[in-house]
Write a protein that binds this ligand. Structure first.
Ligand SMILES: Cc1cc2nc3c(=O)[nH]c(=O)nc-3n(C[C@H](O)[C@H](O)[C@H](O)COP(=O)(O)OP(=O)(O)OC[C@H]3O[C@@H](n4cnc5c(N)ncnc54)[C@H](O)[C@@H]3O)c2cc1C
Length: 289
């Protein structure tokens, strides 16, 4: 069973996110990480797409490598930004023909190397519609517990999210540091009649400056007591990882206790923190029980 909707229907999922490497060194690190995390038997792994346009082809290569050469189930991310209709048809058809069954449909952020590139698509919902016409994919979408960073109106944001989740099979959230906004988002969606499973994304950061930058970009609030602890370990890599693992373990436990349908770990292509979190939670290599 490799369709994510089926996996979620059968029980909790535990999944990892990777990004396409930009250098040979980074590619070697990702290869090593894939080898080290495969024994944990994640329910699926996802590969991000194109914040910098030059890595877009790499996403397809990594996804196909994982599909062909490992036991893991890969899910490519795909964004609207900077694509013609025909390009997206070609990409999605290629994934279907390679035997992939899952897709994360995203609006996307402007391309780093072509910020004004025109696109035939505007919203993730348009990608879902196209992909449904090409193949029988299990389709996920992004959700933002603390609202999409560009949203100015909570009710409108939730309406758009509800519409998107009705068309999709599951959601995965942006990372966050407190469980409350995630559970509040689920309540707001339930009030709109939406019960599509939304998997919380948890960030195993490895560098404080990067953690703060990503949090600011993605609209994730760092509570002051966590910010103080981040400052205290800044520049000390092993202490940073220890803090990230402790925070992620506690947050995941709270999310699971509250009934989250799974956990999606943002790995930043590192394996150690993920393995430590897995061990802390007492998970066995078949995922969550
Ligand atoms: C799990 C996850 C994975 C991600 N992976 C990637 C990645 O691989 N590559 C990448 O570049 N980015 C990625 N992102 C970031 C994401 O692409 C950006 O945050 C982007 O700005 C929004 O994407 P979306 O899919 O939520 O867009 P959409 O759902 O299209 O929404 C974008 C904005 O438009 C609004 N909106 C939606 N529908 C309508 C409508 N009909 N009318 C008016 N407004 C509307 C929404 O409220 C929102 O403010 C990811 C985010 C998450 C949470």
């Amino acid at each position: 069973m490799t369709r994510i909707a089926d996996l979620l229907a059968a029980g909790r999922t535990f999944s990892f996110e990777f990004g396409p490497p930009r250098t040979d060194d980074a590619a070697r690190r990702l290869d090593k990480t894939l080898v080290e995390l495969e024994p944990l038997k994640p329910s699926f792994v996802s590969v991000t797409y194109g914040a910098g346009g030059s890595t877009r082809e790499t996403t397809r290569e990594i996804v196909e490598h994982i599909h062909r050469d490992t036991t893991m189930t890969p899910m490519p991310h795909l964004t609207c930004v900077g694509h013609t209709h025909q390009q997206v048809v070609d990409i999605v058809t290629g994934y279907r023909d390679a035997g992939l069954e899952n897709l994360l449909a995203l609006g996307g952020d402007p391309l780093v190397d072509a910020p004004d590139a025109p696109s035939d698509f505007r919203y993730a919902t348009e990608l879902i519609e196209l992909a449904r016409g090409v193949g029988d994919f299990s389709i996920g979408v992004a959700a933002f517990p603390e609202l999409h960073p560009k949203s100015t109106d909570r009710a409108v944001d939730r309406q758009h999210l509800a519409t998107k989740l009705r068309a999709a099979d599951f959601g995965i959230t942006q990372f966050f540091f407190r469980a409350e906004p995630y559970f509040r988002m689920l309540d707001e969606l339930a009030d709109l009649g939406v019960d599509t499973p939304v998997i919380p994304g948890v960030f195993a950061f490895v560098n404080i400056e990067v953690a703060r930058r990503f949090s600011a970009t993605n609209g994730a609030t760092i509570p002051s007591h966590i910010d103080e602890r981040m400052s205290a370990v800044d520049g000390k890599p092993s202490e940073v990882r220890k803090l990230a693992v402790e925070l992620a373990t506690d947050l995941i436990q709270e999310l699971l206790d509250g009934g989250a349908p799974g956990i999606h770990l943002y790995t930043l292509n590192f394996s150690t923190a993920t393995r430590e979190i897995y061990a802390n939670l007492g998970l066995t290599p078949s995922g969550l029980v």
